[in-house]
Design a protein around this ligand. Structure first.
Ligand code: FES
Length: 332
């Protein structure tokens, strides 16, 4: 009876209260490894998957659905990709990359990798936790957002329902790996999907996982709990969120004396990259810590949940945080 009582308590805590993610603190439990690319496969228009192995076939660190790895590229770029293979296969990691033509070059560089190449990775880490005990799941994946969702769908089995959105079938990777029950909704066949109507189909108490671009995530966050107050919402963006409530400010780079103006609609990171194109960054969403920069003066408007209380007085994550008013002086 005690065990049942505890289980009911846990159930109530987890499923009777809305849960919104991310941003969540990322567990830094990864490893740095040099891996070999075993194979590269075209999965859809501008999307390739890469299978990575350890030299000599050694076992890889375990991971769970929702995990990602950091990939360190020759150019010095660092990018994060969800693991989309089978967690039971301890000898292979699989990631998938969509090439973004007008992006920062990271995805194009990933597309130059070939079978036999070596890459350094860090991870796996998990910032998109799969709740294994939900009574049912609704997964909504848009485009390349299918990558973290795919292992979750497999883990959920008969408790899960996947709705997969995309522009057209030829742009949607892994169609051949999806369960027969998956609803595939390409815009050019069925029109743009009504996200709130879709979320309304989640069962009471369901865990709803949404991975896609900011407008889809924002709509889910605004509407799900009005439609289904007992559901829990778990989200992951696959692109940086636009700045919508920013104010213009100046940053002084202490080492060069240069002043950089940050426009109201851009991030401090984007402004920095105009004058220092090699400044390091990765997730652009405030959860990996790669862009952490020391602040020598000025008041910071922190918009992340990663920095510790000790770090907050004199560090900022340039990809999301801004000035709270006035000039910021950075140790750059
Ligand atoms: S780039 Fe990841 S926290 Fe800024």
């Amino acid at each position: 009876m005690r065990a049942i009582g505890l289980a009911v308590d846990v159930y109530k805590k987890v499923f009777t209260r809305p849960v919104i993610s991310p941003p969540q603190p990322v567990r830094h439990t990864g490893f740095d490894l040099d891996l070999t690319i075993e194979s590269v496969r075209a999965e859809a228009a501008d999307v390739v998957s890469l299978v990575l192995t350890r030299p000599g076939g050694a076992v890889l660190p375990a991971w769970r659905p929702g995990s990602h790895i950091d990939v360190f590229l020759e150019s010095g770029r660092q990018r994060q990709y969800s693991l989309c293979g089978d967690p039971r296969d301890r000898h292979r990691y699989r990631i998938a990359v969509r090439r973004i033509e007008d992006g920062d070059g990271g995805s194009s560089e990933m597309h130059t990798l070939r079978s036999g190449d070596r890459v350094r990775i860090r991870g796996p880490r998990n910032a998109f936790t799969f709740v294994e005990t939900a009574p049912s799941y609704l997964f909504v994946a848009a485009g390349i957002g299918i990558t973290p969702i795919l292992p979750m769908v497999r883990a959920a089995g008969a408790r899960g329902r996947l709705v997969y959105l995309g522009r057209s079938r030829d742009t949607m990777p892994f169609l051949d790996e999806l369960p027969a029950t998956c609803e595939i909704r390409p815009d050019d066949e069925v029109g743009t999907s009504d996200i709130p109507a879709l979320l309304a189909t989640a069962a009471p108490g369901a865990a709803v996982y949404v991975c896609g671009p900011p407008p889809v995530i924002d709509l889910a966050r605004r509407t799900l709990f009005a439609l289904n107050p007992t559901a829990s919402l778990h989200t992951e963006l696959f692109s940086a969120r636009a700045v919508t409530d920013g104010r213009e400010f100046d940053m002084v780079l202490a080492r060069s004396g240069e002043t950089v103006r940050v426009a109201a609609t851009e991030t401090a990171l984007d402004a920095l990259r105009r004058v220092q194109p090699d400044v390091v960054f990765s997730c652009r969403q405030g959860f990996c810590g790669t862009c952490k920069t020391r602040v020598l003066g000025g008041e910071i408007d922190h918009r992340d949940r990663l920095l510790t209380p000790d770090e907050r007085p004199d560090h900022l994550l340039t990809c999301v945080s801004r000035s709270a008013g006035g000039v910021l002086t950075l140790d750059l």
